[in-house]
Write a protein that binds this ligand. Sequence first.
Ligand code: UDP
Ligand code: MG
Length: 324
Amino acid sequence: MQSIPASETIALSVVIPIYNEEQIIDELYQRLAKSVSEVTSSFELIFVNDGSSDNSLLELIRLSEQHKQVYYINFSRNFGHQIAVTAGLDACRGEAVVIIDGDLQDPPELIPTLYKKHKEGFEVVYAKRNKRQGETFFKKTTAKLFYRLLKRMTSTEIPVDTGDFRLIDQKVVRYLRKMPEQNKFLRGQIAWLGFKQTHVLYDRDSRKAGETGYTFSKMFQFAMDGITGFSDKPLAFVSRIGFFISFISFLIILYAVYAHFVMDETITGWTSLIVSIMFIGGIQLISVGVIGEYISRINKNVRDRPLYIVAETNIKNPEDADGS
Ligand code: UDP
Ligand code: MG
């Protein structure tokens, strides 16, 4: 166990979420250490092991025993990528903080460029993907569509085609710690906070080894978190559909009454009945579902549980390093 005293500030922290990355941790460390040393010797690398089922934790402990600037936080189970990053942010002390994926899709060699922009006075320097290599067509198109949809739904300027790979100032981190929502969408929260922001372009590599920890259902959840956290438009939209359909139904009722009493013919038909019932039923279920998405998030926040549970860490004040 080694640690820099908590009062001591350092120049740069790097936060790296780790989920089943045992094969790359060594290379990851080498490349990070090399790249970060180019800008400062006063740095810390905080690895957050998000309930990996492989030997990632052992690798991290080994690294932390060999290098005094390596810290690890081990979660009691898998809490998800955004929460893992949050835990790292809660524990970091750097004047500047870099968030980077642990699968080497975000090149550590970009850190000096991000850092230079920070020195120029930007509080948020995000890395914008120029090209994405080795990702499926499905992932690229859904991501692209999602970012554009989100942009239309929210008044917060969330930059398109960026992940969480970025450098943020400690000031921004301090405010993030005050945003305790359970369903994290960090890139949105950072955009919401404002400050002086800029970007640098980079080519996103393909994964070095292992496979994506983002299953389709995790991706879908994440997209819903982004939308519900930053827009009320879906609610407005379903209520507008409600008004629209009520209006149409009113016209149909008028017509039916008119046809019955004036034209003396009664509209019959099982087909029209069943079609309209199914249609209304579908719209109602969708609307209830949309409302449900918001309510389940309210529910999660009201329960007020800690965001994550730390099973072990080599950071001095582990009580600082939990989500409560
Ligand atoms: N990750 C995590 N918890 C998870 C899933 C992923 O901490 O439940 C980490 C993972 O180790 C990687 C980063 O988050 O460092 C990005 O995940 P991944 O590469 O699987 O996502 P993708 O790049 O495919 O979107
Ligand atoms: Mg990845």
